[in-house]
Design a protein around this ligand. Structure first.
Ligand SMILES: [Zn+2]
Length: 510
């Protein structure tokens, strides 16, 4: 995700943040203990469970591993009305389960079947707790079918999930909102394949992640089917329904490119869409092959205030491309930010949400590197400014790899400057420390080794040490978990705490 301004200043947003003591690997340890607690709780009354993510304790559920989701939505043509939906989950149990918890919080459940038989269900917190006729043994395949509605009107004080646009709907599920749309194991730790089917009245076009697998027309409506070829985190699911135009091109080595834009903005969108192939080639020159089966821009007719790296189809507010005040380099650097996430965040997903800096630090890094190489915006100057603000960001949001739990209702949530520019600053420090060639090898090795998987901060530290041929644990620990920003290798003149606080205020994000 990237916050984008509503105003026409064309300036990238700066940040704010607050503090947390360093506790390395604490998240992973908590995760393990919460899983075993969860298994005990499965035989107790219906209660919401989680996998113990430090930042979102109730996200995800223990006891099973989802292999695939089949989501079927029926849209009425009115984006204030709940959609009818059927969610089918194929999973493998990793423990004996008397109850199955799914995350689901914003729709009515009509019925639940487990392996074809009706099952009892109840809501508990933000979980849908299912009780099958008999307990599920460990290590078995199971199919859970939930008939439900999916409400596109956001619950009060809660954002994310469906976003209503001028002509329909799009999704913005990061970090914890996929379960406002469909029942799921809502944590990037459990990635799965997706088949997404959308039925909408004639005049609308529906597009989702992955590749099209057919369209059927009947009785004044059409049903589109899309499939992902790679596993995907629930937070990266995307469904666009609108009066859209779909632009098609071919990218590097035959990669299908598909952009979804409001039909009325088609002409304005074309020149931007035409730049994507070049962005992909540039990213491939840095880190290797694009990891998925397709890519494209989804331009939503809505004042989003952010952009989001939904897998194979990144979401942007159309205003980013239609507002003439934005400078070209700025718009392109945001496009490259979301594209870079396809490697960093999507193909390689965070093991816990405390690993968010691995997503945002890398996306910001390539965003800044592109701006330097293509528009002469000095990376060194940008990092020097980030260094000056870094202590302030750490005090506000916590160190990059131990972000502070966001206050309820805080709009920016965990998406603060400590993980964006602050995360990129860690990568800059690492490149200063190990040199450009080792750093570039590390980046390529990271996205290769963990492709289609999940990985943690500890995995990154381990790989960096392996590639550099020396133990970087102490160096990176200080940069990732320190309350204060360590000295910058090669720049003894850089001083923290010299930023003008007014210059680092974050614009309102939606
Ligand atoms: Zn981002």
């Amino acid at each position: 995700m990237l916050h984008t301004p509503h105003t026409s200043t064309g300036r990238p947003p700066a940040g704010r943040g607050r503090a947390l003591g360093p506790r390395r690997y604490r998240a992973a340890a908590l995760l393990a203990s919460a899983v075993s607690l969860g298994l005990v709780a499965a035989s107790a009354p219906a209660v919401p469970l989680g996998i113990g993510d430090r930042l979102f304790p109730h996200l995800g559920n223990p006891g099973y591993d989802v292999a695939s989701y089949d989501l079927a939505f029926t849209y009425s043509g009115n984006n204030s009305e709940p959609l009818r939906a059927v969610t089918t989950i194929d999973a493998r149990t990793t423990a004996r389960l008397e109850r199955i918890n799914l995350d689901f919080a914003h729709g009515e459940v009509g019925s639940v079947e487990v392996d074809g038989r009706p099952a009892a269900f109840a809501g508990a917190g933000e979980d849908l707790v299912i009780t099958p006729g008999k307990p599920l043994p460990k290590g078995e395949r199971t199919r859970i079918t939930v008939r439900h509605t999916s409400d596109p009107v956001s619950p009060k004080g809660r954002e994310g999930g469906w976003v209503r646009t001028a002509d329909g709907l799009v999704m913005a599920n990061q970090a914890d909102a996929a379960h406002l749309v469909f029942p799921c194991n809502d944590h990037p730790f459990d990635k799965a394949r997706f088949t997404i089917r959308v039925t909408a009245p004639d005049g609308h076009i529906a597009v989702a992640n992955g590749l099209a697998a057919g369209v059927e027309r009947a009785n004044g409506s059409a049903t589109w089917t899309y499939r992902t070829r790679h596993p995907m985190a629930t937070e990266l699911a995307q469904v666009s329904i609108g009066r859209s135009a779909v632009l098609r091109r071919t990218g590097p080595h035959g990669l299908p490119l598909r952009d979804v834009v409001p039909a009325k903005h088609r002409a304005a969108a074309e020149p931007w869409a035409a730049r994507t192939a070049g962005h992909i080639s540039w990213m491939e020159s840095k880190v290797g092959r694009y990891p998925f089966e397709s890519y494209g821009l989804l331009m939503a007719d809505a004042p989003l205030g952010f952009a989001l790296e939904t897998q194979t189809l990144s979401l942007f507010g159309a205003g980013l491309f239609t507002e003439p005040a934005y400078e070209q380099w700025y718009v392109e650097s945001i496009m490259v930010h979301e594209l870079a996430h396809q490697w960093f965040g999507d193909s390689v997903s965070p093991r816990t949400w405390s690993d968010l800096w691995l997503n945002e630090g890398h996306a910001t890094w390539y965003e800044a590197l592109y701006a330097e190489e293509k528009a002469g915006r000095s990376l060194r100057t940008r990092m020097r400014d980030a260094y000056a603000a870094s202590d302030t960001w750490r005090a506000a949001g916590g160190p990059p790899a131990a972000p502070k739990v966001p206050a309820p209702g805080q709009k920016t949530g965990i998406f603060r400057q400590n993980v964006y520019e602050g995360g990129a600053l860690v990568l800059y420090a690492l490149r200063q420390e190990i040199g450009h060639p080792a750093f570039e090898r590390l980046e390529r090795a990271w996205v290769t080794r963990h492709r289609d998987g999940t990985a943690s901060t500890a995995d990154f530290v381990r790989l960096a040490s392996e590639i550099a041929g020396r133990d970087l644990d102490g160096f990176l620990r200080a940069w990732l978990y320190g309350e204060k920003t360590p000295p910058m290798p090669g720049h003894p003149d850089w001083k923290p705490g010299t930023a003008d606080p007014a210059a680092t205020a974050v614009p309102a994000a939606e």
